[in-house]
Ligand binder design. Structure first.
Ligand code: MG
Length: 274
């Protein structure tokens, strides 16, 4: 303080008003997005629970070069052609930019080929600079069987409900940790998926099980899925066949993908399903 300068009159009440005004504004911006009126999951948390703790952040380190597909992998996208996909009205129409395919508002795309139990490798990057917040920032998704979503989201310094952030089994299970890299940086998902088994009468025999490794860090380990991905509702199963497409979500954000490949897995199936 300058010598001789007078303190303003009644500094403490003024400070209190300022603090109160700031905290009110902060609360109004909803620092913990989510819901408190949705149904409860079997683990006791609500779907998209605003009070569910967000996983701690782990720095996954810098992005690496594209991971080469193993010899027995089915390459879905090699940087040049969308021929392995179809779109809403026929051909997939996502943009191809610098060897990546980019969401452009033409709708979800899905593989023409169908897969059952499988290992899926996905590389994705959220838009940079980041735009929007919560579920409106870098949202996309990888849907096994076109219905079981591993969430893609820019979860770098972007609070959202825990079961909706990157690596979540959307609406069901938050990732174990937040391994998200910065917007614009390439990220990897390695998804290990065991499809659900249904009885002959169409009821569930065994749930789908999913392991997800995000940027080399396990974020889902052999988690049982509750059913097909749902928004603000508890997921449930509807019987389907042994194979289905892999769908990528157009959520309106220009998320990029590159180097996508799948390895079908030959796992045992129950006698009833053979
Ligand atoms: Mg999504």
């Amino acid at each position: 303080m300058v010598p001789g300068m007078m303190l303003p009159i009644a500094p403490w009440p003024t400070a209190a008003v300022v603090v109160l005004a700031f905290s009110t504004a902060w609360a109004w911006q909803d620092p913990q997005p989510g819901y408190r009126d949705t149904p409860k999951l079997p683990d006791g948390w609500r779907v998209h629970d605003a009070d569910r703790p967000r996983p701690r952040v782990v720095d996954a380190g810098p992005a690496g070069a594209p991971v080469p597909p193993p010899a027995d992998a089915v390459v879905l996208f090699d940087g040049a052609s969308l021929a392995s996909f179809r779109g809403r009205d026929g051909d997939a129409k996502w943009a191809i930019v610098d060897g990546a395919m980019q969401v452009n508002g033409t709708g979800d795309i899905e593989t023409k080929a169908e897969f059952g139990d499988c290992q899926v490798h996905v590389e994705w990057a959220a838009p940079s600079p980041a735009k929007g917040d919560s579920q409106g920032r870098g949202n996309s998704g990888v849907f096994l069987f076109g219905r079981y979503e591993v969430q893609v989201l820019d979860s770098f310094a972007n609070p959202t409900y825990a079961d909706g952030q990157a690596g979540a089994l959307y609406g069901q299970k938050p990732p174990l940790v937040n391994a998200c890299r910065r917007p614009g940086e390439w990220q990897t998902y390695d998804i290990f998926f065991r499809a659900p088994r249904f009885k002959a009468d169409g009821t569930l025999d065994q749930p789908a099980r999913v392991t997800v490794v995000h940027n080399g860090i396990v974020v889902q380990l052999d988690e049982a899925l509750l059913g097909a991905t749902a928004h603000r509702a508890v997921a449930k199963y509807e019987a389907h066949g042994d194979k289905g497409p892999i769908r990528l979500q157009d959520h309106g954000d220009p998320v990029r993908f590159r180097n996508l490949w799948v390895r079908p897995l030959q796992l045992e199936r129950p006698a009833a399903a053979k």
